[in-house]
Write a protein that binds this ligand. Structure first.
Ligand SMILES: Cc1cc2nc3c(=O)[nH]c(=O)nc-3n(C[C@H](O)[C@H](O)[C@H](O)COP(=O)(O)OP(=O)(O)OC[C@H]3O[C@@H](n4cnc5c(N)ncnc54)[C@H](O)[C@@H]3O)c2cc1C
Length: 285
């Protein structure tokens, strides 16, 4: 379908972008357009005006930040894959990104667009939760930082206010010697996760000292699972991993859809949690 008519503005500076958003007149931010434009073509979104932020240098790039990393919101997936810094410090980001969409999606789609869109089946929110990322937001009213675990509030709903821009993402360093893994069972046509799990695990000698897993594609929002507490203080034995995987979906409302019935999706969630933990444990030094 053809979208409803709209105005288009390209922001020449961050100040200009924040001024335009301050009007809170339904203007939508446009980054790579890979989620917003399909929504407009289906007329699920009919913004009167698009504000293109793709040329703002303040919003783009990957740098070292306090022994972790800073990723600008409009950094495309391709640059995440090419980053030596991310590969060395956060290999889970490339592991996740290489499975997202196709070449065109990875060339134009941005990390910030994916996070702000908050599709409950998208891959990157789970990785950001597992890495304990912080998102820096800015509006004409000021700046604030929101932890990933407070950012994702529901399907396609985040902590971003209408007049706010996601500026960048801060990743703290991983615990020493931590192993990470992203495992997803994809919907064959789109590549979106039927169930995906991001795991970060560290050991002190042979004992697990840190374990975090976030789930995506299952339920209304990507979330951290509570059952990883059972792993800390153990040696990561197979029976413990089984308990953690089973606990991951306990009490979770999981709905079926045309891609997967609820029971199948529930089962897949336990499988991806277990596999992500096994891989992360193997990789932990
Ligand atoms: C064919 C196809 C396959 C795909 N496969 C996958 C997949 O396998 N896994 C997966 O996770 N995703 C997948 N995607 C989705 C893709 O990851 C997202 O479309 C993309 O990352 C969104 O980024 P964008 O820059 O294109 O955002 P846009 O479409 O430009 O924006 C998306 C939303 O975020 C808002 N926004 C964007 N940037 C900011 C900002 N800096 N501050 C505030 N708000 C902002 C916009 O207003 C809009 O509401 C696929 C998409 C397509 C088209």
């Amino acid at each position: 379908m053809i979208p409803a008519s709209f105005d288009y503005v390209r922001a020449g500076s961050l100040r200009e972008a924040l001024n335009a958003l301050a009007a809170a007149d339904g203007t939508k931010v446009l980054a790579g357009g890979h989620s917003l434009l399909p929504m407009m073509r289906f007329r699920l979104a009919q913004p009167p005006r698009l504000l293109d932020v793709s040329e703002l240098s303040e919003l783009r790039g990957i740098d070292e930040h306090r022994r972790g990393a800073r990723i600008g919101a409009t950094t495309p997936y391709r640059e995440l894959l090419e980053s030596v810094l991310l590969k060395e410090r956060f290999p889970i980001i490339a592991e996740c990104t290489e499975g997202i969409g196709d070449l065109q999606v990875r060339n134009r789609g941005t990390i910030g667009g994916s996070l702000a869109h908050a599709d409950p089946a998208s891959d990157m929110p789970a990785v950001m939760l597992a890495l304990d990322a912080t998102f820096n937001l800015r509006s004409k009213r000021g700046k604030r930082s929101v932890a990933a675990r407070e950012f994702f509030q529901g399907p396609f709903a985040t902590a971003l206010a209408e007049d706010e821009l996601l500026i960048d993402i801060l990743l703290p360093p991983l615990p020493k010697g931590a192993g990470t893994a992203y495992v997803s069972q994809d919907q064959a046509a789109s590549g979106y996760a039927l169930a995906g799990a991001a795991a970060v695990v560290a050991r002190t000698r042979r004992t697990v000292s840190h374990a975090v897993v976030a789930l995506t594609g299952v339920g209304e929002v990507s979330r951290l699972i509570g059952s990883t507490d059972q792993l800390v203080g153990t040696g990561g034995e197979p029976e413990v991993l089984s308990r953690v995987a089973a606990g991951a979906v306990e009490g979770l409302q999981i709905d079926g859809d045309i891609h997967a019935p609820a029971d199948y999706r529930r089962h897949l969630a336990t499988v991806v949690v277990r596999r992500a933990l096994e891989k992360a444990l193997e990789r932990a030094k």
